[in-house]
Design a protein around this ligand. Structure first.
Ligand SMILES: [Zn+2]
Length: 174
């Protein structure tokens, strides 16, 4: 018998892995950005101009997500992580471009969401970051500072920097 494989693993997933779970992809043909105009929904400028439409769009995405379930691909990656970490074979980093939580619900212990997370919002006034499943409007008060008008989806919009790049570069360099 040969020795078990060892090494450090970095995995990158995108919208394709969640398409099987019924969540529409964004940039592909037939994807969400063919139906909706990203310039009016997924930029800081769009949010400043029309927060109502942006919140409504992400509230609808969140409802879709809560109705979706992880699929076999999410579970397979979770099983790989369990094996790799459990047997001490090396480091394991799962990076996803997806803003859904299906990797976590599929059993993944640690997920780096480079484009943010749909089930989190943050406050532009105080920086408070929090998890929620309920809809948010421009009139929803921040659970951190109590002020209204500052909450935005914790997602990376067009023109914004992806999250966790230092961690990703570091993992790729080892
Ligand atoms: Zn706040």
């Amino acid at each position: 018998m040969s020795a078990p494989a060892r090494g450090n693993i970095v995995i990158l997933t995108g919208a394709g892995i969640s398409a099987e779970s019924g969540l529409g992809t964004f940039r592909d043909k037939g994807g969400i950005w063919e139906t909706f105009d990203w310039q009016k929904l997924a930029t800081p400028e769009a949010f400043a101009a029309d927060p109502h439409s942006v919140h409504a769009f992400y509230n609808a995405r969140r409802d879709n997500l809560l109705a979706a379930e992880p699929n076999d691909a999410h579970r397979a990656l979770a099983a790989l992580e369990t094996l790799w970490r459990g047997e001490g074979r090396g480091d394991y980093l799962l990076v996803t471009q997806n803003i859904d939580d299906l990797h976590a619900r599929g059993g993944s212990m640690e997920v780096l969401h480079m484009h943010g997370e749909l089930l989190k919002s943050r406050c532009n006034h105080c920086g408070h970051l929090f998890e929620h499943e309920r809809p948010i409007t421009a009139g929803t008060p921040c659970p951190g500072c109590g002020r209204t008008g500052g909450l935005r989806p914790h997602v990376v919009w067009f023109g914004e920097m992806p999250l966790g790049l230092d961690t990703i570069y570091e993992a790729l360099g080892t």
